[in-house]
Each structure stands twice: as C-alpha cells, then as structure tokens.
Design a protein around this ligand. Sequence first.
Ligand code: SER
Length: 319
Amino acid sequence: MAEKILIIGACGQIGSELTYKLRSIHGNDNVIASDINYSNLDVVNSGIFEIVDAQDYGSILLCVEKHRIDTIYLMAAMLSATGEKYPMKAWDLNMSSLFHVLNLAKAKFISKIFWPSSIAVYGPTTPKDHTPQHTIMEPSTVYGITKQVGERWCEYYFDKYDVDVRSMRYPGIISWKTMPGGGTTDYAVEIYHKAITDGHYESFLSEETELPMMFMDDAIDATIQIMNAPAEQLSIRSSYNLAAISFTPKDIAEEIQKHIQDFKITYKPDFRQDIADTWPRSIDDSVAQKDWNWTPKFDLTKMTDEMLTELGKKYATEK
Ligand code: SER
C-alpha cells in the first residue's frame, strides 16, 4: 500500500510548498493537506483538504483514521515575533501539537513524523559563527524555548518509545508563493515584494544584522531527504543543524540593486531586532552533510534572480 501522508499547517509558508512537492512525488490521493481554516485557497483547491485543529488530539486522530495516515508533517507553529506578543498561546500551540503527534506515533496510529525546529533554539550565549551542532542552547524567545523543549521530547520519544521522528533546525526561509507570518526573518521575503511594488523597503532589522537563511527549494529538498534517509544513518534524533546562506539586509539590498538600480532601503529596527541579536550569524551543518548528504543549491545571487523573476510575473498578472 502506498504511504499516506498528512500535512498539518498546510496553508502556511512551508506547509503549502511541501504539500505541492509531496503530491508531485506520491500522487494527489496520497497526500492530505490540513489546516485550522481555509486561509490558502491554492492549497485547499489543489487536492484533498481537511480542517484539522493541531491542538486537538481527537481532531488529528479523526483525520488519521479516516485516511489511514502513515506519516505526519507537523508544520503548524507560532513563530518568534508573534510568540513574543502571545507567549502562552505560542507555548500551547507549539507544544500541544507536538505532543499529540508524538503520542499518535507512540500509540502506533502513525509510523513516522517530521517536525521542524529552528535556529531560534539558540540564544545570546551561543557561539554566533559556524554554530556547531552541539553547543550552548539558552533561547530567550518563547518560540525558541518551545523548539528547544520540543527537540528534547523528540529525542525522548525516539529513545524510550522508538518513535521515528525526524527534525531539522530551519534557518529563515525565503519563498515567493506563500508569505511567511510572524517571524523575525520575514524581512527577507517582504523586501523582494516591496522592491517590485514600491521600489523601497523599510527594514525592521538593522543593516548589519546577519542571519542564516535558505531558499524554499532547498528547505523542501532537505525535508524530503531527511525523511527518505535510512533510519540507521540518522545520528541525531533531536534536530539537525541546517545551513545554506547568511546575509544582512544590506547584502540583500545590494543584490536587488543589481536588478532594480533605483531600489532604496531604509532601516528602522523594532522589537524584532532584539530577537535577531540573540541568534547565530551562521550555522555549521556538517553533521547533516555527513549523515544524509545535505548540500544546498541556492546562494544569494541565484535566489534573488528567482525571487524577482517569479514575483515580477505574479505582480504583472495581478495588474
Ligand atoms: N523564521 C523563523 C522566525 O523568524 C525562525 O525559525 O521566527
């Protein structure tokens, strides 16, 4: 029987593209998209879609039994910036959804889980450059705390209950199909939109704020690769460091100016600057490279080409 996949949080930035990619690999009927509402009609109309509340065990179980799901990708989460506004909501959503999915696997309703962690697991005391896989982790955002605790629970469920849960620490993800929501790295998506629509962007991070980032295609490839890797090759059952590119708002603006000469950027750091200042500048992902042959394809130049080309087409057809 074909593997049946459920994506929870399929309307979001990463969940939506994961849905399209998994459907192209496994076939439309084998990939069930789900979310708490119908907020992304492209996803809703692209195949089987169910309303699932990630905070409600019964709601997930119902969908799992109805579609005889084997594998869950849990992509629902409250990100760093929104999490600072609603700390308890972030805690509740990020932790209860993970426990529900881990417990479904423990009870053998499903056999495999993907759960993303984040560079937000790191904090002000972490070495900032080429941050190693194993290092000091004292996150100072609610989002980071939920991801760090989540990693501990993933490893615990693997060790104690043999739950096949796989995870990686995504850097900021840049894409053109679906907007990110509520993250500190969102500027790196907004800037491309504003470059095309306004010719100007006011950055909420300062010009020298360097953060680890990745183009969506690489993030999706990494996710598929870790899920396809033979279990015995995975030496990390908390979460893998994952890296592609690091840049500052100034670097990205200069790259955009190669395409749009009169593009202007100004800087007005807000509360998200304080979050960014606690995160690494670059990540050492040598363990992911060794364990499952991870290697990214997009650098800043290639990503900027693609972002401006695709967004240019999108805005041209919307006119
Ligand atoms: N992109 C996320 C955020 O900014 C980090 O994982 O919150």
